[in-house]
Design a protein around this ligand. Sequence first.
Ligand code: IMP
Length: 427
Amino acid sequence: MPGIIVVGTQWGDEGKGKAVDALGEKVDLVVRYSGGNNAGHTVVVGGEKFIMHLLPAGILNRNATTVIGNGVVVDLDVLYHELDGLAARGEVVSHPLVSANAHLITSYHQTLDKVTERFAGKKRIGTTGRGIGPTYSDKVNRVGIRVADLLDPELLHDKVVASLEQKNQILVKIFNRREINADLVTEQLLGHADRIRPYIVDCGRLLNDELDKGKVVLFEGAQAHHLDVDHGTYPFVTSSNPTAGGACTGTGVGPTRIDRVIGVVKAYTTRVGEGPFPTELLDADGERLRADGGEFGATTGRPRRCGWFDAPVVEVANRVNGCTDVFLTKLDVLSGWDEIPVCVGYQINGRRSDVYPMTQSEVQAAKPIYQMMPGWKQDITAVRRFDRLPANCQAYVKRLEELIRCRISGIGVGPGREQAIMLNELV
Ligand code: IMP
């Protein structure tokens, strides 16, 4: 079982960090393939909480080599802040290997992210402000800076100058900001060159060689299906492909090397930032979910928007990503309700649809149709076997499994590493 992808199926924050961690020691390499430090992967080990934004969550698994793939955008300051932060807490972790082709987030990308959001006013996306979108724009516009450029200071400087030529005009003339100095940016980037140099790799070659040797490679998704620039609620999405296909383009491994795709599904729904969210609760029930689930952004601290489980949202993600298994997270958060609504379809402009709509206007107009599931009162955080869950809780999981058309192989019942019920082996 060498190639395994872990992917979010909703709007992020499904608990992918926990799912990755649960795969544990059988994994030889953990690779991030998309996004950057807009992610917030929380892992709780021995009661201690760790939040990784850029580093693969699998870095806490000491047996695994970690890799940052070419599809990731890298803020070097954040990379070293996170690595040094772990070391300061006594965690012995190795420096991740970093693809030579990964793009670098610079200070001007962060500035542009913030000023364009402010300029957009009501039309803002609600980005994390980390410079993610502008860095991917530069990549596609072919004016990006890549990790390999750190190996050639002169070329790096030329590229920064070229990239800033147009941006400085925009910053000064449109946004009324000061010009950014190319020498300073180059200096900032080169400040990390010596430290990163030994870890720069040809990611595709490395991973293919390891897969040839029979090693288990875990492709760790960030964000989620509905934040994907192609498949998500465009334009309220991130600028990369967090979906399973992104694991191939974002690392240099062909689709025939992927054996399993694990979709991570939260037992209810959350979203941060702007954009449509059919089952969103704007009342006391939403606040209760937020409080019980600790639903505050791990990256920006923003309160997450909360709502009931939306089955068509997850069903479409399972199909597009080709999920073979689902890891259901945060089931324990739903303990205590008399009844739990599950969205099984929508009313869209007077018509019923049981599948996720095709167009953005339909998504905006979709009113959820709920099936009421009986709740359960017991605390389930100490349960480790499915048949020991309360009967109504088992029925909730079984109904979800039916609706999302994918087998549920693991269930998270608390934040701790050991708080999981495994139904099928994942590795
Ligand atoms: P960006 O990725 O910073 O450009 O933000 C674009 C959208 O994706 C915003 O709505 C963010 O809140 C959302 N987003 C980005 N990363 C994450 C994540 O890891 N979890 C949840 N939402 C995210």
